[in-house]
Design a protein around this ligand. Structure first.
Ligand SMILES: Cc1cc2nc3c(=O)[nH]c(=O)nc-3n(C[C@H](O)[C@H](O)[C@H](O)COP(=O)(O)OP(=O)(O)OC[C@H]3O[C@@H](n4cnc5c(N)ncnc54)[C@H](O)[C@@H]3O)c2cc1C
Length: 338
């Protein structure tokens, strides 16, 4: 089983441990590690919470702010006095909703996983079309932003100068920082305090007849305590319809994250070999199955880390930005990383 008997017993103690009382006026926040170990024990953190909760954010549970990532867990403790009671309560509500709004006969079961048929680019393409492609400019980085009274000037790397009455900086926080420094030092300093980590995805395709894996699953998560180079693997062709033609299967392995930045130095060939070896040893991809192709996508500093204090930094950024007419920051670095 996933848990030992002492581990299960310790998790059950969640029902008895009183809720934490926070000093008046203090933000209710702590790290994922401190919260889960306090309520349910270390085994629950290592075997369940870290891969499931920390894994979604590719974050270090020792640093990760729960209020910025999964505030519901903190709310459950405060409202229900226990995580288990909180989850049971939530499940009851879901069941009530299902009874109230039953699925249409023949409808596919709903999952958490939703995307565009042709990938995320469909969203930005549709937005560009709506705005008018003649009014959008792509393929040239913003080099600087300047303000003169109420007029904003944006200079691109290809020398183009765009003027306007408002600017929304929607880059990653680390890329926004040098652009914003000339506008407001405090915002730039708060931006530079948001840590990031790099990761890569390695997609590998096989013939279904060779792969030797029961593909009736969404994927695997690797707990950090196992000290593997793979963070997780998705069975992409099962999770998303249309990701592979009939008779072929597609896996996507994730590597990197705050605990293994060194792996990002490996070459593409080395990363493919690493993920292939992990797929063989963890999910049982047959040794004889030959990859049809493999593709790597590297996400340099692509995961903002919502560490303890993140919400204070974001509030500071938002408060100061609100005082600058025609200026805003937006994006996954602030509220709501995937
Ligand atoms: C490996 C991986 C897997 C993920 N999986 C999921 C998932 O399954 N579900 C989910 O919901 N989320 C997922 N995420 C998170 C999701 O990708 C991000 O939350 C989302 O992309 C953030 O969108 P954004 O527009 O804020 O920033 P980004 O998508 O990072 O876009 C910022 C853009 O700014 C551009 N830029 C930077 N500097 C400049 C400049 N000077 N001038 C012009 N442009 C500039 C960059 O090139 C980039 O295109 C994943 C992230 C990673 C790295």
């Amino acid at each position: 089983g996933l848990f030992s008997w002492p581990g299960k017993f310790r998790m059950g103690m969640d029902l008895l441990i009183p809720k934490k009382v926070w000093p008046e006026g203090e933000r209710v926040d702590e790290t994922l590690e401190s919260f889960v170990v306090r309520r349910m024990g270390r085994e629950c953190l290592d075997r369940l919470a870290e891969p499931l909760v920390g894994g979604v954010h590719a974050s270090d549970p020792k640093q990760m702010s729960l209020a910025a990532t999964f505030p519901r867990l903190l709310e459950m403790e405060q409202k229900n006095g226990s995580l288990m009671r909180g989850f049971l309560d939530a499940r009851k509500k879901v069941e009530e909703m299902r009874k109230k709004y039953p699925p249409k006969p023949g409808a596919k079961p709903r999952t958490f996983f939703t995307t565009f048929t042709g990938g995320m680019a469909e969203l930005s393409d549709a937005m560009a079309e709506q705005i008018g492609t003649e009014r959008t400019k792509v393929g040239s980085a913003v080099q600087s932003i300047a303000r003169d009274g109420e007029e904003w000037t944006v200079t691109l790397a290809d020398g183009t100068v765009i003027t306007g009455d408002a600017v929304i900086v929607a880059t990653e926080s680390f890329a926004a920082e040098p652009l914003v420094r000339t506008i407001d030092e405090d915002i730039a300093n708060a931006l530079s305090a948001i840590p990031t980590s790099s990761s890569a995805t390695v997609s590998i395709a096989f013939d279904e007849s060779e792969v030797g894996v029961d593909m009736n699953a969404f994927g695997v998560l690797c707990p950090m305590v196992e000290d593997r180079p793979l963070l997780a693997a998705t069975y992409s062709s099962t999770k998303w319809p249309g990701r592979a033609p009939a008779g072929k299967v597609l896996f996507r392995g994730f590597v990197g994250g705050p605990h293994n930045q060194a792996i990002m130095d490996r070459s593409d060939e080395e990363l493919i070999d690493t993920v292939l070896e992990q797929l063989r040893s963890i999910v049982g991809v047959s040794k004889d199955a030959k990859p049809l192709f493999a593709r790597i996508f590297r996400w340099h500093r692509g995961m903002p880390q919502y560490t303890l204090g993140h919400l204070d930094r974001v509030e500071q950024i938002e408060d100061r930005s609100a005082q600058i007419k025609g200026f805003a920051l937006a994006g996954g670095s602030y509220r709501g990383v995937g």
